[in-house]
Design a protein around this ligand. Sequence first.
Ligand SMILES: [Zn+2]
Length: 223
Amino acid sequence: MTRKSTTRDTTEQSLRKAMVVTARQLDARGLNRGTSGNIGVRVGRGLLVTPSGVNPMSLKPSSMVLMDTDGQNLGRGVPSSEWRIHRDIFVARADVGAVVHTHSTFAATLCVHRKSIPAFHYMIAVAGGDSIRCAPYALFGTQALSDGVIKALKDRRACLMANHGLVALGSDLSQAVAVAIEVESLCEMYWRALQLGEPHILGKSEMDEVIERFKHYGQHRAL
Ligand SMILES: [Zn+2]
């Protein structure tokens, strides 16, 4: 092998291309529809964010908006209205390289109840703990919404946003997408389980065991 297959090309241009592919994947999988949702990727000392109001099929690598962590637009285009969430996550979380935000159906169904999702299934640990929290409602695009999301993401890789959708984090785009897909699937399972009454919730020691096991096996192996 002349080159490790795990070698990551993190140049800005390759990240821009990956964001186009990811936006189309999220649309094809039904996690986002039309112009809903957005993606952010850490690049250098700033970030790339998907543009506001552009359909995934019309996106190009050059559509992605380069910003610094002060919120200055360093390039062309209008960034997604939720750029503050992406910026604030990258500032607060050195472990995060990519952020995916969706309005996926089952996450949106549960988040209108403004409740955290408990450990009804061991895979909840994919989000980093024994629950997936729900951030308080605030108007889209506001600093108040971002502040609530940052709190709900403490020690987590995902959270719901009241009456809105979900946010998923990863060290890179593929991991953030995998977390988003898994969380949306968990939301569907929880919604289905609630049709039959209150499900059994795993206890703290049971979830501690899962979280410990995930640390050894790595999150990707669990997904
Ligand atoms: Zn949104």
